[in-house]
Design a protein around this ligand. Structure first.
Ligand code: FAQ
Length: 315
């Protein structure tokens, strides 16, 4: 078949909302951008375990500890679904990990901020998982089949994460003056970085145009960010807390909240590796990879033994 015919079949499928599957022909750039996005997403889930893992041993009660362990384990599972989904496009887990550990691959800027108090566990659940889920609900309809299907399950778990984060803050917001202050402080520190999770402004977003045309992305960075602000500006009232933005104001004409300027210099500094915890996060991943070497070797040795035994049986 001619290249033009293949491109036409591909585009027809996209137009008719038929999912693109691993064995279907696809343009190289479609394959490449999906590998880029899905692997970055997988790395984010895995690196994202670190800020919360930091609080497992210090959770204030057995119940909170059990919930936090379950949540962190969920993130590992999300990483696994996503790595598997990217592998269907012809890349290997080893290649993706090598890119993460060597600092070549990106992961979400948000996980380069420290979790200083217990209230941060609430703020991460409410704001970080809240931002993640808005983006991921859209990705349940992304055009690449294995990515869309992974997202359906991830979203179910993510919505539980967001609610547990909100509930954690709700309890603090009704507590002592010290607990209330801790809750407000966590919201103040996580608000702006969570707005940055949606990526640069549309005018600076290099991948958006093509990704929207291919229905990889269904909404732009700015559209999702606005949706998030509108939702959180209402929810924060239930907590009796405020968001750290004096320009935040309902705009009756636009039917959206107006908001202040995001510090894009800070965003790009974090993306380029110069955030408060970038080095700490990568060092932790490198250590975990090195410490796990014996597990990988043992698994390979076991698989080889098993294969040998089967071959002997056949012979
Ligand atoms: N951080 O052209 P665009 C989670 C990069 S999961 C770092 O707009 P695109 C769960 C971007 O890669 C959170 N880099 O890019 C959880 C590109 O560079 P490249 C992660 C960023 O792909 C919760 C350049 O800037 N979610 O939180 C960021 O069209 C709690 C230009 O940007 C996903 O990954 C950023 N924030 O749109 C886990 C969702 N934003 O690659 C644990 C899937 C942009 O050309 C605890 N990903 N960049 O070198 C997406 O939807 C998209 O990739 C966007 C970016 C929307 C993130």
């Amino acid at each position: 078949m001619q290249l033009q015919d293949l491109e036409k079949i591909f585009q027809d499928k996209i137009d008719k909302e038929i999912k693109i599957e691993p064995k279907d022909w696809m343009p190289d750039a479609y394959r490449k951008t999906n590998i880029r996005q899905i692997s970055q997403h997988a790395h984010s889930e895995v690196v994202g375990m670190l800020p919360e893992g930091n609080w497992i041993s210090r959770a204030p009660s057995l119940k909170r500890k059990a919930i936090l362990i379950a949540k962190v384990q969920d993130e590992a599972g999300h990483g696994l679904y996503l790595y598997s989904s990217a592998e269907t496009l012809g890349t290997s887990r080893d290649e993706m990990l090598e890119q993460l550990l060597s600092g070549k691959a990106k992961y979400s800027s948000i996980f380069n901020y420290p979790t200083l108090t217990w209230a941060d566990m609430g703020a991460v659940g409410w704001l970080v998982d809240g931002a993640a889920i808005l983006n991921q609900v859209m990705l349940c309809r992304t055009s690449y089949g294995p990515y869309a299907r992974a997202m359906v399950r991830i979203c179910k778990e993510e919505s539980f994460h967001q609610r547990q984060g909100f509930e954690t803050l709700l309890v603090l917001s009704k507590g002592t003056d010290e607990q209330k202050a801790m809750c407000q402080d966590a919201i103040n520190r996580w608000w702006w970085p969570s707005l940055m999770m949606f990526g640069p402004r549309d005018s600076e977003s290099t991948n958006s145009d093509q990704s929207v045309k291919w229905k990889i992305k269904r909404k732009t960075n700015d559209e999702l960010r606005q949706q998030f602000i509108d939702m959180i500006a209402e929810q924060v009232k239930v907590l009796g807390m405020t968001l750290p933005d004096d320009k935040l104001k309902w705009n009756e004409e636009r039917k959206h909240y107006d908001f202040g300027e995001i510090d894009w210099d800070e965003f790009w500094a974090v993306v380029k590796g110069n955030g408060p915890c970038n080095k700490q996060r990568l060092d932790a991943r490198k250590k975990a990879h090195a410490d796990g070497a014996w597990v990988r070797e043992a698994a390979l040795a076991h698989a080889a033994k098993k294969k040998n035994r089967q071959l002997q049986k056949v012979a």
